[in-house]
Design a protein around this ligand. Sequence first.
Ligand SMILES: N[C@@H](CCC(=O)N[C@@H](CS)C(=O)NCC(=O)O)C(=O)O
Length: 217
Amino acid sequence: MSNIEIYGIPGSPFLRSVEVTLHEKGLDYQLRAMKPGEHKQPEYLARHPFGRIPAFEHAGFAIYETQAILRYVDDVFPTPPLTPGNPKARARMNQMIGILEWYYFPKAAAPIGFNRIIGPRLLGMAGDEAAIAEAMPMARTCFAEFDNLLGDKFYLTGDSVSLADIMLASQLALLGECAEGRELIGETAALSGWLRRMVARPSFAATQPPAVLREAA
Ligand SMILES: N[C@@H](CCC(=O)N[C@@H](CS)C(=O)NCC(=O)O)C(=O)O
């Protein structure tokens, strides 16, 4: 029996980042799948006071915040390494994770993904079209910059997969399940090929979002 547990709502790209990382490391884990709303209940808030997905526990060590979880897993289970040894490549990885957390997710992916995918398909809510339109310029800036930072490399920081590849591909794979996401990916020079390579990996194949979220819009 695995001594790694993950708590989350299937479909969450942050949850998927953790699952993909564990698959890349060849580690077993128990997914404690929750329903929407359970993440705001006292039992989960005791584990994650901000009520966000995911939370993680390894042999009694409990932690939340995806980036902290991934870096912990990469430290404790170092093979294969998912953090570049080269300082410049590592700085690029950290830069891209920063862009993802500070600009991409809150200002682009969350409004578009919630109003186009999660709300209508999972929660039975109508999407807010104005919020989607308002988020598109920031989404374009993020996609263009990720494309620029990828350049002609095979993975975001070089020849091997890093935590930035895992976090970004988990996010873009979900947004690619709606027309806006496909449009944004289609406008990139190299990022679309990179995303195809990433989602073809066994770690992504093993962590598909629920079918209801994968329906074409
Ligand atoms: N900084 C957090 C962000 C996590 C996050 O925002 N997760 C989303 C799901 S992808 C969430 O919990 N949304 C539900 C909500 O805000 O109620 C992390 O890295 O873990």
